[in-house]
Design a protein around this ligand. Structure first.
Ligand code: 5GP
Length: 179
């Protein structure tokens, strides 16, 4: 397997191979199946980055659930611009429902904080975060995500849904920016 790839002007190295990702996704789904048994949760998938994680995760979540999408953005290139823009409304009634926000990565936490504030106005029964990747060194929020896959260093990553200026989302492995 090629260990390094070039995307636009930057070089990335293989970081987490697909087999490890798949094992982790299965174990997150197993936990969710236990915690949300008989709760018929709503999975709120944050586009675009979480599309691949959500697709794999929800194949393993075999109980009854609803799946919906929202779109937010805070990144330009490889840095967060610090302001979260909502690009798509939540098109499902979340009132009195258990909501699981599905994210590709929690970095500063600004995106999930903004989304949680929006959601709380809609009176959900509960809201939890499920993220494949978590960068604790960059995190500025108060509460770490309840469901987290890999805890990673504060370096830009791509692949498995995550992009660098819209490229690299289709890679099945995760890559990290090579310094
Ligand atoms: P936060 O609001 O937590 O700082 O960032 C969340 C969003 O920023 C993620 O959903 C993702 O779109 C983007 N992001 C944060 N870190 C990275 C990274 O290392 N690589 C990529 N491709 N996107 C990132």
């Amino acid at each position: 397997m090629d260990q390094n790839i070039q995307i636009h002007d930057k070089l990335f190295k293989l970081f987490i191979p697909s087999e490890y990702i798949q094992d982790e996704v299965q174990s997150i789904a197993d936990k969710l199946m236990v915690d949300y048994a008989d709760k018929n949760p709503i999975f709120l998938v944050v586009l675009n980055g979480a599309f691949m994680f959500a697709a794999d995760l929800l194949k393993h979540y075999t109980d009854s659930c609803d799946i919906t999408f929202t779109k937010l953005s805070s990144y330009v290139g490889t840095t967060s611009v610090g302001k979260v823009t909502k690009q798509m409304d939540i098109l499902i009634n979340v009132s009195n429902r258990h909501v699981i926000i599905v994210e590709d990565i929690v970095d500063t936490g600004l995106t999930i904080e903004a989304l949680k504030l929006n959601l709380f106005e809609l009176n959900p029964a509960s809201v939890e975060i499920c993220t494949l990747l978590f960068k604790p060194e960059a995190f500025k929020g108060t509460e770490s995500p309840k469901y987290q896959g890999f805890v990673i260093p504060n370096k830009f990553v791509l692949g498995y849904g995550l992009d660098y200026d819209e490229r690299g989302r289709n890679l099945k492995d995760l890559y990290q920016l090579k310094e």
